[in-house]
Ligand binder design. Structure first.
Ligand SMILES: [Zn+2]
Length: 393
């Protein structure tokens, strides 16, 4: 087994958690100081990180660690440096940016999602490097804005940095499950335009609010139709079509038929569901007599479905078995991750695996088990060794 710096990876996670790297310009916060800490640690180890500005003040940090052991594939470890807001402080019983360790747990915002995973990726790569030459190379990437529009991952792919990557491990908290599938997300805005009129003379107008009602009922039907055609996925569950925002008219104008109305729809998909087809269907359902409907795609992240015999998944499963002595448990990611971007737009097979519970992310009193950080670092080191040497079973 490759020896890892157990103390180092835990202390580095603490140091990362102590940086409030939410994206909040009003508070003067961004990923920048967390990215700088990552880059500094890489330089201490003699790596040569390159910093790319995904957006002003929002850096991606990428270091390529050559194994020096001859030709071989390129493995990518990916983590994000941003965290979601701590929210209402009164709901926390610990300092969200204290990085405190108590009861065998490391507490704080980002401890699970995903500063421990990012630290594990760095320390695993360092451990493999110190263990001697290896074939190929490891690209260690700390990207910006996963919790937002994933501009970091998109920028990474647009810069061509995914082109030479043969497999990616995304270190999101998945409670030790190996997640090679992820749900898709499609967010649509439907704008309905009718004709404004006085409430006393509705016959002179065309009411988009009634079209909203028709559309909401039709969306429920669409969900049933999709669920019927695409049975629940064993790791991802059902397809959902959920209206989340409806707006039309104003309280001050109860005697006016408004000209416009909008419906926002959050669609969660499983492999096999075609986002373009769903978008076209929503547009067709929204069109009503005398009302024009325009559908805008706000977010389009397709589902991920990487076969389990793909080298990066197989190497991870074997490494998990080596380190934990237990059979791997396969699961699915309920939302999208940077892995969605890497796989769909970058053409890189990705798998999500990392320390921390699936459900603790984004909650108050977020924590990660200290033992789990160290165990994951070992699994990552062993994954890299197996993947780069082609020892996949
Ligand atoms: Zn995350």
């Amino acid at each position: 087994m490759i020896e890892v710096d157990a103390r180092g990876v835990v202390e580095f996670t603490q140091a990362l958690v102590r940086i409030p790297s939410t994206n909040d310009p009003a508070k003067g916060r961004s990923e920048l100081p967390a990215a700088e800490l990552v880059a500094a640690r890489m330089r201490e180890w003699g790596w040569e990180p390159v910093v790319y500005e995904a957006a002003p003040g929002r850096p991606n940090v990428v270091a390529v660690v050559e194994g020096g052991g001859g030709d071989g594939p390129t493995l990518m470890f990916e983590g994000h440096t941003d965290v979601v807001t701590e929210g209402d402080l009164s709901t926390w019983t610990v300092d969200p940016f204290g990085g405190e360790i108590r009861d065998g747990r490391l507490w704080g915002r980002g401890s699970a999602d995903m500063k421990s995973g990012l630290a594990a990726a760095l320390y695993a790569t360092r451990a493999l490097q110190l263990a001697g030459p290896f074939p190929g190379r490891i690209k260690v990437c700390a990207l910006a804005d996963e919790e937002g529009l994933m501009i970091g991952a998109h920028h990474f792919v647009e810069q061509g940095l995914a082109a030479d990557v043969d497999g990616a491990v995304v270190a999101e908290p998945e409670a030790g499950e190996i997640c090679a599938v992820a749900k898709g997300a499609l967010r649509l805005r439907v704008d309905l335009t009718g004709k404004m009129a006085h409430g006393a003379m509705p016959q002179h107008g065309r009411n988009p609010i009634q079209a909203v009602g028709t559309l909401l009922v039709a969306l429920r039907g669409l969900q049933e139709e999709l669920q019927g055609r695409h049975p629940a996925h064993e790791h991802l569950g059902e397809v959902y079509v959920t209206p989340t925002v409806v707006s039309a008219g104003t309280e001050e104008q109860v005697n006016v038929i408004p000209a416009t109305a909008s419906v926002f729809v959050d669609v969660r998909t499983i492999p096999g569901v075609d986002h373009k087809e769903v978008t076209d269907t929503v547009a067709a359902l929204a069109a009503a007599d005398g009302i024009t409907a325009e559908v805008t795609v706000l977010v389009d992240r397709p589902p991920v479905d990487v076969p389990l015999d793909t080298p990066v998944v197989a190497a991870l499963a074997a490494a998990h078995r080596d380190v934990t002595g237990e059979d791997p448990v396969y699961g699915g990611v309920p939302g999208s991750t940077d892995g969605t971007v890497l796989t769909h737009w970058g053409g890189v097979p990705s798998v999500v695996y990392g320390p921390g519970g699936k459900w603790i992310a984004h909650q108050a009193d977020e924590y990660v088990e200290v033992d789990e950080i160290v165990r994951c670092t070992r699994v990552f080191a062993e994954t890299a060794r197996r993947f780069l040497n082609g020892e996949l079973s």
